[in-house]
Design a protein around this ligand. Sequence first.
Ligand code: IPE
Ligand code: IPE
Ligand code: MG
Ligand code: MG
Ligand code: MG
Length: 293
Amino acid sequence: MTDIREYLREVGKRIEKSLQRYLPAQTEFPEKIHEAMRYSVFAGGKRLRPFLVLESCRVCGGSEGSAMPVACAFELVHTYSLIHDDLPAMDNDDFRRGLPTSHRKFGEATAILAGDALLALAFNLLAREVREPEIAQRVILELSAAAGSRGMVGGQALDISEPPQKEKEEYLRCVHEMKTASLITAATRCGAIVAEASPEDFQALSLYGRNLGLAFQITDDILDAGSRGEALDKNAANNQALPGLTYPALYGVKESRRIATELIEKAVSALGKFGQEAEQLRQIAEFVLARES
Ligand code: IPE
Ligand code: IPE
Ligand code: MG
Ligand code: MG
Ligand code: MG
């Protein structure tokens, strides 16, 4: 496990360097919006989604250079989603990763705009930096579908609405799949697309991403539930007060852990065909289960 953390840190540094290049300078007019965009992008995220793009591309024989703009586009969309997720109208959180949330630091209007601009920049980056038009088109299709109302935004919309009284289990799974697993699955699929992977490799990485994505949100909910006074410095109480359904709330923490573990096993078994090359993807899946932030 220490190995994968080290590896993630190393890859993360290269992702960070590219993000530095792709984001407008803080001094560029209008300065405040660029400062706000940079504030959230460089606030210490784990870079899981860009990592998954790069690793999925690598196991399919693609180069890191060709996948890097795609990886960064995913991180921009992810960052936008978090800025908006924290807003008073959504989860109303004051802290993220130990720092004041965007709206606490820059005000609500600027936080909304910073999110908007990051989303737009992601697609600008793809259109500009992905050289092969057919690959660019496929990646843009994947990311836009995963981010929109049939994916992440749809899941967020369900998350803030009243859950049904019946069939809560299926509903909860659907919300998690949409709000979190869509983007994570699209990340692994886009890595495969950049590498011009075979349909079999593409399918295997899709399956890996979907199971990993679902497990990721379950562990996030477990961490949120147990975060009062613990490692996570976020407004768990606020999060809980909102209408919403989580795995620990529905199943309890122990059963949620079992479900997450089973999903991670499925994710890992989808990687079988890649052999030793997929060791990092395997370990990152274990890391998702064991993570504390
Ligand atoms: C948090 O995602 C939001 C969820 C989808 C659960 P991460 O835990 O990947 O966020 P950072 O970027 O590493 O802080
Ligand atoms: C939703 O999950 C994350 C997004 C899809 C933006 P949470 O609301 O649980 O994410 P955290 O806990 O604030 O990071
Ligand atoms: Mg939320
Ligand atoms: Mg939240
Ligand atoms: Mg959460």
